[in-house]
Design a protein around this ligand. Sequence first.
Ligand SMILES: [Fe+2]
Length: 386
Amino acid sequence: MMVGPVSHLRFPMKPIQLFDPASSTYTYVLFDQLSRDALLIDPVDEQIDRDLATLREYGLKLVWTVETHAHADHITSAGRLAELAGAKTAAPLGCGIGTAGVQLQDGDTLKFGGEVLKALHTPGHTAGSMSFLWRNHVFTGDTLLINGCGRTDFQSGSAEALYRSLTQVLFALPDDTIVWPGHDYQGRSCSSIGREKTTNTRVAGKTEAEFVALMNSLNLPRPRRIDEAVPANLTSGLRHDADGALQMQPLPPSGAHQGTYAGDVSPELAWRWVQSGEAVMVDVRTDAEREWVGFVPGAVPVAWKQWPGMALNPAFDQQVREAAGGKKLVLLCRSGVRSVAAAKRATELGLEAYNILEGFEGDPDADAHRGRKGGWRFRELPWRQN
Ligand SMILES: [Fe+2]
């Protein structure tokens, strides 16, 4: 029998798959067989002792924890693993997990020993969701499940985006790529791209329109732990400190604005509310501003004023009522001025309306440049440009 440092070459490299029965979540341990550097994908808070024991059992040093998205059904242990095991934390840029040390973009890689994990942006279940490729294994989170896929009806989900992520990103991988899902509810462990491409009843052989119609007709119950889990996951599972707690509370309008709208919220709190489905974000900037500067995925455009001449939008009242759909509103503009005027008007219409502090670009700095002193983009919350 061959022994010594090359003996690992004789064995296929496989992840260690661990299961949390309460949330049916799979956590994955990947490691370099020589250096013993390890990476954890989607660790679950309640399973931290199991995960630390697994690392000890295999003689591994945890160097990374990675999230596929901000989960709604369980809380991550990433923050605690960073403290206890010295791991670095990584999460998709578009998920608003501000505490993650590395904000991953499509194509980014994480190294552990001589091994490399590659991030694939696969939006749809949530706007920021990612899958991760390691050798011939793909970890698909809630994007692709075995004979299923993640839901798309909250957290800025989009059935259209999910269809494209499945058919153009994941199904473009070689057929023999092994699929390791974020959950399974029927005891199945893994699948392959070839098998899902041909047999996945949600997507195989379906057009985008058929897939979207199917996803929009699912009428799934709200996840039991969403109100607790999403906010906790936006801080890597760590509870807020005194500063964080303050920032995560709405503030009543002050001075002359007192009582004229529901309150001011930080960009982070606004995004948390949108992610948990309790608020709708309305972008009150002009079409031109959204086009040129960028926009927040899922925000409803209802201009307060419009070119030419920055005249008030005569359809504002009707459009903002429709956008709210019975939920509270968080209003975004360039720097938090128009959104106050719009929040006051929405309040007069009987809506619960909050102003998002700092706006999309924040105030200009000493050089008259915006985007460097606060605001949505500065705080690295999700946004896009056409
Ligand atoms: Fe999820």
